[in-house]
Every structure is written in structure tokens, then in C-alpha cells.
Design a protein around this ligand. Structure first.
Ligand SMILES: C[S@@+](CC[C@H](N)C(=O)[O-])C[C@H]1O[C@@H](n2cnc3c(N)ncnc32)[C@H](O)[C@@H]1O
Length: 229
């Protein structure tokens, strides 16, 4: 298992850090949950169908909760490498019984998806994949997700993307100032550049069809791609 965050901005394996991080999320919960509901609503399936969904970087279970609010019969597999997060997810999602399966997996490890039964109707992720940091690894993860989907299945990644340059960074920071909390440290020039445009290219290269930006709210964006039929 890799040691948490290659940039050192987070300590995902530390109970005390996770407790503070999860508590802090309350400040942006309305914004985050609205984006998650949009993601769930964009999955083109019958709301009563027992769809299978993979939540990548499930954290404390917020996205899975929103998904199950929309798809009441869904089966969700959530993966994460943080035991403190998985403990919180187990508690938060207990009421859904065997509709939810949680397992430990490290996205830095190319074998992270071993043992997952393919054929998912959707693979989803919220604010998780950018934590992998290494652009080449993220690119590879997109390619590793594709075969987990059924033909026609979708990948929806709600994440934080880098502005393409200094001027756009300044514009984003100015626009955020009155709206949201200050940019976290990894938005301050320490992160490898990973503009949205690159991610769309990586989805194309991985073999996804119709790679697109479904929603963009300053640096948060929801990108999608579909496994060809
Ligand atoms: C910002 S939190 C988001 C959690 C959840 N998806 C949400 O939106 O509430 C990032 C999550 O990604 C997980 N994560 C970070 N790096 C990871 C890795 N290499 N493998 C698996 N999970 C990872 C963290 O443990 C954490 O739960």
C-alpha cells in the first residue's frame, strides 16, 4: 500500500487526520452533494433497476449515499485505500445492507481492480482520483476502468482539475475568493499540471467513447466517457 498522498497534502491513513478532514467537509457539503446528485441523475438507467456501480475512492460514503438515493435498488462496490475512511463508510452505509460492498484497494497499484467482477453499469468517483497525483498513473487508471464496465457502461469522474496556466489560475482563485473556502495547498502550484483537456485525451486514449465535460463549476468538473457498445 502506498504511503498516503505523494504530495503530502493529506494523510489518508491517519485516524486523527481523517476525523478532521471529514468534519471540515461539512462546510462544503451542500455544494459537494449537489454535484454528486447531478452525477447520479446523469446515469442513464431506470431508477428502479438493480444497476451495478463501482465507487472509486469511496471515502466516507457520500457519493454512494447519493447514488442509492437515486437508484434505490443499485448494488454498489466502494473501494478506498484508507481504513479510517472505510470504517466511516461502513457505518454510514450500514443501512443499505448487502447493497453495498466495501473493499480496500490502492489506486497506485496497477492490480487495484483485481478481483472486481466486471460488467459494472457505471464507475463513478468524487474528488478521489486527483489524489493519485502522477499524471501517467491517472492515465493508466482510466484505461484500467474501461474493461470493468459493461459495453455501453459509463465512467463519471467528479474531480478537481488544474487551470491550464498562470492566468487562468489567477482567474479561478479570484472567482473562488468570495464563493468558496480558500484553495487547498495542492492548488497552489505544487501539484503536477493536470488540466481538464488532458483528462479528456486520456479518456479517448483509453478507448472511452464520447468523452465530455458534463458539468464545470470553476475547478470542479464532472467528466464522462462511455465504454463503446
Ligand atoms: C477527497 S476524499 C473523497 C472521498 C469521497 N469520494 C467523497 O467525495 O466524499 C479522497 C479519497 O480518495 C482516497 N484515496 C486517495 N488516494 C488513494 C489511492 N491511492 N487509492 C485508493 N484511494 C485513495 C482517500 O482515502 C479518500 O477517501
Amino acid at each position: 500500500m502506498s504511503s498516503s498522498d505523494p504530495l503530502g497534502a493529506h494523510d489518508w491513513h491517519d485516524e486523527g487526520y481523517i476525523e478532521r478532514w471529514v468534519t471540515d467537509q461539512a462546510a462544503t457539503d451542500d455544494e459537494r452533494r449537489a454535484h454528486m446528485r447531478l452525477l447520479a441523475a446523469a446515469i442513464a438507467a431506470d431508477r428502479n433497476a438493480p444497476i451495478r456501480v463501482l465507487d472509486i475512492g469511496v471515502g466516507y460514503g457520500a457519493l454512494t449515499e447519493e447514488l442509492l438515493g437515486v437508484f434505490g435498488s443499485a448494488q454498489v462496490v466502494g473501494i478506498d485505500f484508507s481504513e479510517p475512511m472505510l470504517t466511516r463508510a461502513r457505518a454510514a452505509l450500514e443501512r443499505f445492507g448487502d447493497q453495498v460492498t466495501l473493499r480496500s484497494a490502492d489506486l497506485q497499484d496497477p492490480t487495484w481492480a483485481d478481483g472486481l467482477e466486471p460488467g459494472f453499469d457505471a464507475a463513478v468517483s468524487s474528488q478521489a482520483i486527483h489524489n493519485v497525483r502522477y499524471p501517467d498513473r491517472i492515465r493508466a487508471i482510466y484505461a484500467e476502468i474501461l474493461p470493468l464496465l459493461r459495453p455501453g457502461g459509463c465512467f463519471m469522474n467528479l474531480d478537481i482539475f488544474s487551470p491550464p496556466g498562470d492566468r487562468s489560475y489567477a482567474a479561478y482563485a479570484a472567482a473562488r475568493a468570495g464563493l468558496y473556502r480558500p484553495p487547498p495547498i495542492h492548488h497552489l502550484g505544487h501539484a503536477p499540471p493536470m488540466p481538464l483537456r488532458d483528462h479528456l485525451d486520456w479518456l479517448d486514449e483509453a478507448g472511452f467513447a464520447e468523452a465530455d465535460v458534463l458539468m464545470k463549476d470553476l475547478r470542479q468538473a464532472l467528466i464522462v466517457g462511455y465504454r463503446p457498445d
